[in-house]
Design a binder for this molecule. Structure first.
Ligand SMILES: Nc1ncnc2c1ncn2[C@@H]1O[C@H](COP(=O)(O)OP(=O)(O)OP(=O)(O)O)[C@@H](O)[C@H]1O
Ligand SMILES: [Mg+2]
Length: 208
C-alpha cells in the first residue's frame, strides 16, 4: 500500500490536536493535502460511538470499553484510512490503536495479548508508518485539558490511571523505536511543531 500513515498519541492535553493542526498547515505549505481523522470517531458510526465513550454519565467495564474503541476503529480503517492510503494519500489520525494498548492495557489492566489480537483483526494489521508520541506528565496534561471546559469521562479518571497510561505509551515506544518519535510535550508548541515536521519530512522525502 502506498501513502503515508501518521498517528499522534499521548495522554490528555499533551497537544495532539494542536500539533496535528500545525502539521496539516506545514504539509499544505509544500502542496500536500492530508486526510485528517480521529479516534474514536471519523465516521458517522464512529462519531456515535465516541459520544458513548466520552459520556461522563456512563460507567463501563474495561472490556466493553475496549470493544467500543475497536468498533469505531474497524469502521474508520475500512471506510477512511485504508481507501486514502490506497489512493497514495497522507493520512493523519489523532489517536489510533496505541491509545487502546495504553489506556485499556496499561491503564485498565486488560491483557495485552488479547488487545493485540483483537486489534490485528480490527485493523487488518495496518500500522502507522510514523507515530508521534507527545509525552507529558498527567498533572500538567489534565490542567491543560481542564482549561478547555467540563472534563470528559476519561479526564475524570484518577491520576494513577493516567500515570499508568503515560508509562504504557513510553513502553510501546521503546518496543518499536523505528515507528515512534517521542517528543517532550512541555516545550512550547512552536518547538514541538518543528520536531514533528522534521520527523515527518524524513518519511516524505522518498515519496515526494
Ligand atoms: N506545548 C504546549 N504548551 C502549553 N500548552 C499547550 C501546548 N500544546 C497545547 N497546549 C494547550 O493545551 C490544551 C490541550 O491541547 P490539545 O487539545 O492540543 O491536546 P490533546 O492532546 O489533543 O488533548 P486531548 O487528549 O484532550 O484531545 C489546549 O488548550 C492547548 O492550547
Ligand atoms: Mg485532542
Amino acid at each position: 500500500m502506498g501513502g503515508l500513515f501518521i498517528t499522534f498519541e499521548g495522554s490528555e492535553g499533551a497537544g495532539k490536536s494542536t500539533q496535528l493542526a500545525r502539521l496539516v498547515e506545514a504539509l499544505q505549505g509544500v502542496g500536500i493535502a492530508a486526510v485528517v481523522t480521529r479516534e474514536p470517531g471519523g465516521t458517522p458510526f464512529g462519531t456515535r460511538v465516541r459520544e458513548v465513550l466520552l459520556d461522563p454519565e456512563l460507567d463501563m467495564h474495561a472490556l466493553p470499553e475496549f470493544l467500543l474503541y475497536s468498533a469505531s476503529r474497524a469502521q474508520l480503517v475500512q471506510d477512511v484510512i485504508r481507501p486514502a492510503l490506497e489512493r497514495g494519500e497522507v493520512v493523519i489520525c489523532d489517536r489510533y490503536f496505541d491509545s487502546s494498548l495504553a489506556y485499556q492495557g496499561a491503564g485498565r489492566g486488560l491483557p495485552l495479548p488479547l488487545l493485540q489480537s483483537v486489534t490485528r483483526e480490527v485493523t487488518g494489521g495496518l500500522k502507522p508508518d510514523l507515530t508521534i508520541l507527545l509525552d507529558l506528565d498527567p498533572v500538567t496534561g489534565l490542567e491543560r485539558a481542564a482549561r478547555r471546559g467540563q472534563p470528559d469521562r476519561l479526564e475524570r479518571a484518577d491520576l494513577s490511571f493516567h500515570q499508568r497510561v503515560r508509562q504504557g505509551f513510553l513502553d510501546l515506544a521503546r518496543q518499536e523505536p523505528q515507528r515512534f518519535t517521542v517528543l517532550d510535550a512541555t516545550h512550547p508548541p512552536e518547538r514541538t511543531a518543528q520536531a514533528v515536521w522534521k520527523a515527518v519530512q524524513a518519511h516524505l522525502n522518498p515519496l515526494h
